[in-house]
Design a protein around this ligand. Structure first.
Ligand code: G3P
Length: 217
């Protein structure tokens, strides 16, 4: 399973990248706004900075909702760097745009996926990735992980090339469950990635080893 970080924060992207386990980055308009980035030039420069930090796929989301504007915006995002993947919302115009991008050699990430039907449509249109939002499904009282299992099963049976990019990760166990369910990619906040490092028995075990090491130093 590939690890992406789900943030537009350059310091956090660098910290995850320095761990040596990072395969890419996903952003969205909310995450970009959080960094205080304003205007086309600043947005473009920010994506360039992310692409310079990480050698992997970088999802950049369009904010248009009609076909022509999605295409125009997507072409500009694609032109920023070869690693940019155009993130397109799961709407009718978005599906049409994903097909157009696929036919024109531009890779896409179909976002805001909450059902198998939506994922099937995106895969049929040729999306490089589909992004099911696990945490937001959990928030409604359902089990987001069931969707990951269902998508992996369908994608295997249908032999879709589209990769399942599990998103809306809220805690480390989501990442473990995604690996079990066969997600191809998991995009995570930095604290969920770092949370995988932690176990109290590791801490107490290390403290004991360091204490005992003094006996033969
Ligand atoms: O990037 C999309 C997704 O990961 C959003 O997560 O936490 O806002 O539901 P969240």
């Amino acid at each position: 399973m590939k690890f992406f970080i789900d943030t537009a924060n350059l310091a956090q992207i660098k910290e995850a990248n320095d761990l040596g386990i990072l395969d890419g980055v996903t952003t969205n308009p909310t995450l970009m706004a959080k960094e205080g980035i304003k205007g086309v030039e600043a947005v473009t420069n920010h994506y360039k900075a992310i692409c310079e930090l990480v050698d992997g796929d970088i999802s950049a989301e369009v904010v248009s909702v009609d076909f022509d504007s999605i295409i125009e915006e997507g072409k500009k995002l694609h032109a920023i760097h070869p690693n940019i993947v155009v993130k397109v919302p799961m709407i009718k115009e978005g599906v049409k745009a994903i097909k157009w991008f696929t036919d024109n050699g531009i890779r896409t990430n179909c976002t805001l996926i909450f059902s198998a039907g939506q994922a099937i449509l995106a895969a049929k249109a040729g999306a490089t990735y589909v992004s099911p939002f696990i945490g937001r499904i959990d928030d409604t009282g359902w089990d987001g992980m069931e969707l990951i299992h269902q998508l992996r099963n369908i994608f295997d049976i249908q032999q879709y090339k589209t990769e399942i990019l599990a998103a809306s990760i809220r805690y480390p166990n989501h990442i473990i469950k995604c690996a079990e369910a066969g997600a191809h990619v998991c995009t995570c906040p930095l604290d969920s990635i770092l949370g995988l490092l932690k176990h109290p028995l590791t801490d107490s075990g290390l403290a004991k080893f360091l204490e005992d090491a003094k006996k033969f130093a």
